[in-house]
Design a binder for this molecule. Structure first.
Ligand SMILES: Nc1nc2c(ncn2[C@@H]2O[C@H](COP(=O)(O)OP(=O)(O)O)[C@@H](O)[C@H]2O)c(=O)[nH]1
Ligand SMILES: [Mg+2]
Length: 379
């Protein structure tokens, strides 16, 4: 899974990237510090994989990974050419984490104006919508041209119909994410990889005060004890507003997390608990990305290897088999299958067989999160 950290320059993308990867990519208030994306592969820690590894004692244990791409701030910059490599790279992502500056900083406020997360969000959405619209309209023009030359197949006509609907939706200023497409129609336009169609998580990059209710309250009352309202005290209100618009939004104290990522795990844990944050930024983001993408994990186990695999919720056993190797999908016979919770409860595959918890499933079986699978195949 490839996730792009996108957003305005200085919103804190690289800071969050550093926190995620324990990296030290430069962040600078005054200069554009990179014109290429930083890329890092992050392991998805999953207790279930560690536990299975203890049970099976394999030679290798392989966790799932997410590839994070930290892009330069591009959306909203009129100087960018639509054909630039960066846009092509952003188009290749499976989903986005959009970082919005939600902290005050005297220098940045002077340089870029006061932080205004809702405006940044709206600008970026509009930019995506506009680019998608241009792409769809261009294709429609070519289809029209083809018709004039006598190229009119049913496939092209279906594509034309879907693209017309898409343009109509975009013209109303709505992202394609909010458009219901049948699976068939979605397939017809998948190749366009529209920006506004990709899943997008919103990260409100804020001060750590926002995460710590006590410190926020302390600062809020002035000398006379009166409440002093600051611009970003109430990010939770903003989150509620965003979720009303069907965005998933999360607060993240980017710079605080970046500093924590430099400490060793135990030390960092103390700070996290202090702030009422349950898990490391890496674990939280990984989890949110799985949720956003609708991905689940299944496992393969054995003496050689215990491994986590990622598929889309609703995928069947053949798709799961194909994730392991295309031969397994091609020659698929049956999936031998049991559940993670059952092996934990009963201790061994032998007991699972006795209890009838070891199943043989066919091609159409819908794989569940936590299934442990072995494919029988013949090629
Ligand atoms: N006060 C404050 N500053 C931050 C925070 N996150 C990032 N910054 C600062 O904002 C500037 C730009 O951050 P950077 O990560 O390079 O932004 P990018 O352009 O989106 O990659 C840097 O000087 C960071 O130290 C934050 O949560 N609080
Ligand atoms: Mg950056």
């Amino acid at each position: 899974m490839q996730i792009g950290l996108i957003g305005y320059a200085k919103s804190g993308k690289t800071t969050i990237f550093n926190a995620l990867t324990q990296g030290e990519a430069p962040t600078d208030k005054y200069h554009s510090v990179h014109d290429q994306a930083h890329i890092a592969v992050v392991q998805v820690t999953d207790e279930r994989v560690s536990t299975l590894s203890r049970i099976y004692q394999p030679k290798k244990t392989i966790y799932a990974t997410i590839e994070y791409h930290d892009f330069p701030g591009i959306f909203g910059d009129p100087a960018d050419s639509p054909e630039s490599n960066i846009y092509a790279a952003i188009r290749n992502m499976d989903g986005y984490a959009l970082v919005l500056r939600s902290f005050s900083d005297i220098e940045l406020d002077t340089l870029c104006g006061d932080a205004d997360p809702l405006r940044e969000l709206s600008d970026i959405e509009q930019e995506m919508i506009l680019r998608d619209l241009i792409l769809a309209e261009k294709r429609l023009e070519r289809i029209e041209l083809g018709y004039k030359r006598g190229v009119k197949t049913p496939a092209v006509q279906s594509e034309e119909r879907v693209l017309h609907n898409i343009c109509e939706h975009l013209q109303q200023g709505s992202p394609l994410r909010s458009m219901q497409l049948s699976a068939e129609d979605a397939k017809l336009v998948k190749g366009f990889a529209f920006f506004s169609q990709k899943p997008m998580l919103i990260l409100l990059n804020c001060s750590e005060d926002n995460l710590n209710p006590n410190s926020a309250l302390e600062r809020r009352s002035d000398d006379n004890g009166a409440l002093e309202r600051r611009p970003f005290d109430d990010l939770s209100e903003l989150i509620t507003e965003l979720s009303g618009k069907r965005y998933q939004a999360e607060m993240i104290a980017g710079r605080f997390e970046e500093e924590l990522s430099k400490l060793d795990a135990d030390e960092a844990q103390v700070f996290l608990e202090d702030m009422g944050i349950a898990k490391s930024v890496r674990e939280r983001l990984n989890h949110l990305c799985y949720k956003m993408m609708g991905y689940i994990s299944f496992f393969t186990v054995g003496a050689d290897e215990v491994r986590a695999w990622t598929i889309q919720q609703g995928d069947n056993a053949v798709t799961a088999a194909g994730r392991i190797h295309s031969d397994l999908a091609r020659g698929f016979i049956r999936a031998e299958c049991f559940r993670y919770v059952d092996i934990i409860a009963h201790g061994s595959e032998k007991v699972l067989r006795e209890k009838g918890l070891f199943r043989l499933e066919g091609k159409d079986y819908i794989v569940h999160d936590g299934d442990i699978i072995s494919i029988r195949f013949n090629v």
